[in-house]
Ligand binder design. Sequence first.
Ligand code: KG4
Ligand code: ZN
Length: 368
Amino acid sequence: MKILAIESSCDETAAAVVENGTKIISNVVASSKDIQEKWGGIVPEVAAREQVKSIIPVIIEALRPFTKSTDLAYKPIIEKNIDAIAVTIGPGLIGSLLIGVEAARTLAWTCNKPVIPVNHVLAHMYANFVFDIEIIFPAISLVVSGGHTELYLMTSYKDLKWLGGTIDDAAGECFDKTARLLGFGGRGGLAIQEAASLANGEWRMVNRNNKNNPSAINHKPYAITLPRPLLHDKTLNFSFSGLKTAVQREWNKLNTNHSTIQPFDHDLVNIFAYEIQESITDVLVKKTMRAAQMHNAKSIMISGGVAANTLLREKFHSQLTTYNLQLIAPPVQLCTDNAVSIASYAYFYGEKVSWEKFVAQPNLTVEL
Ligand code: KG4
Ligand code: ZN
């Protein structure tokens, strides 16, 4: 069964064709991140406008493997090769979602194909099913993205139970907001990861008051310790907004108490990035391991943009032998938003409906 999948929940426009939920025939992603950067963050109207521009070229590109012709007529291609159209209906930005949903409805109607509505957050975890890995159930699935931090118990390909989630900011949101504070613009978690890798242990401050030698080192070592929010709390919930505030507080303290600190002192930025990454990953790993113990899990599954984080993967790996678990994680390019995971969800979990039977749902629940 070949599914054409469409994803447009935020600032990525994506389309893919996947066979039987596992064989990727095409995978196309366009992003408006660079354009959004000018505005200092995602502006829903800008994202929606970019979705309008990208949706048809992206879908056409995803159908490219089915024809040699440069003049790609999508209707006969879909009629001949595609069995169903999957589309993200929520959660997400209404203006962005509507573009993908209307495109899917139109294609389904004109080509007489069923549609499979998809929950974007649940779809993230189905990126793990694309590679036909044998998953030993029960599994604890951590979906950790820019908008969500959720834990699920998965007892089969189709059986999911929500166990807990963030009560305020998502982990990715915390990475994004603190990255902006440290001067990385919209580069988010990846920028924090790169800066953290440069923190060299020799933590030090540059004394810029020494006019004769501006790069002279003031040998006062500096380290920050950030909180690990809800680490010892018995629930499987997360909270990251206090961590963001703690970073802000520490940062302001330095910038007011020590006039020597420049707004973008690389050493200092790296130290902050290091501790932010340590704190977020400590909490994610500890809570996920707690869920695994509570439910006698055999596997840990991670997905969503933050699952691309190298330290997070390493910390999970270091727990595997102690707890006798397998770790399942998608390749980095399938952690962030894409349409391959939408197609895989549709194949393993979704249900076909007629084109007029669904609408975009920006607040679609993720608590099953
Ligand atoms: O899944 P995704 O593309 O979009 C949402 O559904 O939200 O996730 C985007 C999030 C952003 O917060 C971004 O900063 C984060 O994933 N991210 C990372 C890394 N790469 C992307 N966070 C930590 N480390 C990374 N390497
Ligand atoms: Zn996402």
